[in-house]
Design a protein around this ligand. Structure first.
Ligand SMILES: [Zn+2]
Length: 348
């Protein structure tokens, strides 16, 4: 590494409340969050409002608009400067490199009030930093290292979904990259939220499963044409679904019905998923370069427990118009053309 590592092992150890979360109970994890609440600059509203038309949960957090945006070229990265909340998992990768999980400084939920109350915003909002090294990104890590990083998210999902913190808790795993889609810090990271609120996409997957007895991607798998497949790896497929709402949307899915959560996956399956996640992020770099635009995309994970797990990736290439708000979508890109371009970019 050309530049010295700012966020050294010693600093990380000082911030670590515990080194390996495998030794931590979900209750102890919740208590670490509670201890942090008085130190947070902004708290979200404790109330959740549900849109009566579709039960969409809406959180309110005016303080999040004060989050600083830290671009790649900014010299003072707050993460590298060690301006972090307490670390609840520190994972040695190799040499001087570590991945770590801490609490979000601008959480959308905190563990306060009655956990089981539907209108109470109760949750644990985590950040996963794949590397303490500023320039390192998940997509360019050696596969073994990236696999190790993803395994920490899987362990966190397992601990929380098997806990009794909530009657019914939901584990959301997302990534925002780019300022226009909510990414605020260049230093590579993912977000995880354990919440008492069912995300609308989980509800849709559940409704689909209750109606059809399988998840949406199992039906997609039976019907998808080869021209929509970008890349296959083991039991996983990277595809452009035939029903994209925006150009270049991607889906990563496995038709294996026993894979309903991240922690249901075998080690081989996690490795194959890691590979396709890396490829799909690399493809975003190539895509936005090809389009001559700033990279911006969101990744979401459908691990609702209803039907097999899948991911969706949404590049920000077309704004939302009035017809779309009404529920009539017009995508300025065709699915087959999108898949063709991705296949070209893979080998360019
Ligand atoms: Zn940094």
């Amino acid at each position: 590494m050309d530049t010295p590592i700012k966020l050294t092992k010693d600093i990380l150890l000082e911030l670590a409340e515990v080194e390996d979360m495998a030794s931590l109970s979900a209750e102890a994890m919740r208590d670490f969050f509670r201890e942090e609440i008085p130190k947070l600059p902004h708290l979200p509203s404790s109330k959740v409002v549900h849109d009566p038309r579709n039960q969409l949960p809406i959180f309110y957090s005016p303080g999040r608009q004060n989050r600083p945006f830290i671009a790649k070229e900014d010299r003072s990265c707050p993460i590298c400067e060690g301006n972090l909340t307490g670390i609840i998992d520190l994972c040695h990768l190799s040499g001087e490199e570590y991945a770590f999980i801490n609490k979000n400084l601008y959480p959308i939920s905190v563990p306060q009030g009655i956990a089981h109350e539907k209108n109470n915003n109760w949750g644990l909002h985590f950040l996963l930093w794949p590397s303490n090294i500023h320039e390192r990104r998940f997509e360019n890590m050696e596969i073994n290292i990236a696999h190790k990083v993803l395994s920490r998210v899987i362990l966190l999902e397992k601990i929380l979904l098997n806990s009794s913190l909530l009657d019914k808790g939901y584990f959301a795993f997302i990534r925002n990259e780019g300022q226009s889609v909510g990414g605020s810090v260049y230093h590579d990271h993912f977000q995880m939220l354990y919440s008492n609120q069912e995300p609308l996409s989980f509800r849709e997957d559940r409704n689909f499963y209750e109606k059809h007895g399988v998840g949406p991607t199992q039906i997609l798998h039976e019907e998808i044409s080869t021209e929509l497949i970008v890349l296959s790896q083991g039991e996983w497929q990277l595809v452009v679904p035939p029903y994209i709402k925006r150009p270049y949307e991607l889906m990563i899915y496995t038709p294996n019905r026993s894979n309903v959560h991240l922690n249901s996956l075998s080690e081989t399956s996690v490795r194959d998923l890691t590979f396709l996640l890396q490829k799909s992020f690399q493809l975003q770099t190539s895509l936005f370069k090809h389009l001559g635009k700033d990279k911006a995309y969101n990744l979401i994970c459908h691990n609702s427990g209803y039907g097999s797990i899948y991911f969706e990736l949404f590049p920000m290439v077309q704004p939302l118009g009035g017809f779309e708000r009404l529920g009539l979508y017009l995508s300025q890109g065709d699915p087959i053309e999108g898949a063709e371009l991705y296949r070209q970019l893979l080998f360019s």
